[in-house]
Design a protein around this ligand. Sequence first.
Ligand SMILES: *Cc1c(COP(=O)(O)O)cnc(C)c1O
Length: 395
Amino acid sequence: MTMDEGKPAHLPYGRQQVDDDDVAAVVAALRSDWLTTGPRVDAFEEAFAEAVGTEHAVAVANGTAALHCAYHALGVGEGDEVVVPAMTFAATANAAVYLGARPRFADVAPNTLLVEPASVEALIGERTRAVAAVDYAGQPCDYDALAERLADRGGAAGPIPVVADACHALGGGAQGRPVGSLADLSTFSFHPVKPITSAEGGMVTTDDAALAARARVFRNHGITRDHRQREADGAWHYEMTELGNNYRLSDLHCALGLSQLGKLPAWVEERRRLARLYDAALADVDGVRPLARRPGTEHAYHLYVVRLTTDRPEEHREALFRRLREGGIGVNVHYVPVHLHPWYRHHLGTGPGLCPNAEAAYRRILSLPLFVGMGEGDVARVVDGLKSGLAELGR
Ligand SMILES: *Cc1c(COP(=O)(O)O)cnc(C)c1O
């Protein structure tokens, strides 16, 4: 008898869907003349810009590199400040630190966990060079409200620019406009749990040609002409005009990303369908409540997050988490508020009390499994697990 016998299959909180045509696309790239900086990079960038309704898209190595490029493009540097929400993956803040800037942590709305424009405004100062907003769980932030708050706050430099960390929200939208075109710059990740994958990968989108050009140069060592341009010109000369990185995304990755992008509309629909199943099944479950929906937006449902509404949420979340995991249900917690991480406490002196809403939410949230390829039976299994777990806690 093996250890696994009789145990139901493990259900992760998220996973990729890779079909035969995705595999064929990568194999074709592998057999081509260009393994990197080739035509599949251009094709992925063009198709992506088209999909999100922007003029420019710059493919990079991962979502963190996309944030680094976006902040750099905006001129973020030594001594500057970037306002970021507390409720996000650490990378949103880390990318500012890479540039010598200091992240300032804004609080989130308790019911959506989207950044509070008023909290952002309160942190704006002379050193604020950019504001980052995170489309948490796949739901776009209120970029109009943010822009209004920031319009007059940049002094002679003009409005303070906004970066959308849209790593959760590819395929979503607001007021009929796609995510990717809602802020001055938007950033995406193609990690396997994200809406589409290129294994590793990221993208920066913008309508601003100068910002896109700065991101491109930063992606390639700070060199102004890449090897294809040099080849086209029949010249060898190139110049490094600033300190950049190697953040290029290979043609193999772009082949996979491009193949996946074609399926995005159907996949987002499927995520919404699964979310509606959760909504319906959880509507009369005492003790958990899904996050609120923001009117006028189209949710991409990267995550399905519930809040525990019990009297001792932290203890109950811990018990539920362990019980569900033991039953093979891969629940997760997104996220530890960034200002509570030891590195930030140590280096920036942050700690509890800075963002009360994010801290209170953190104690009671749970991300339920949600991915394309999940069945209705899987949703029922998660809901049953939650119900019996809550019953065991005496709810
Ligand atoms: C995934 C993610 C990132 C980082 O993307 P990587 O591709 O893992 O570098 C940044 N911000 C958010 C909100 C994310 O979910």
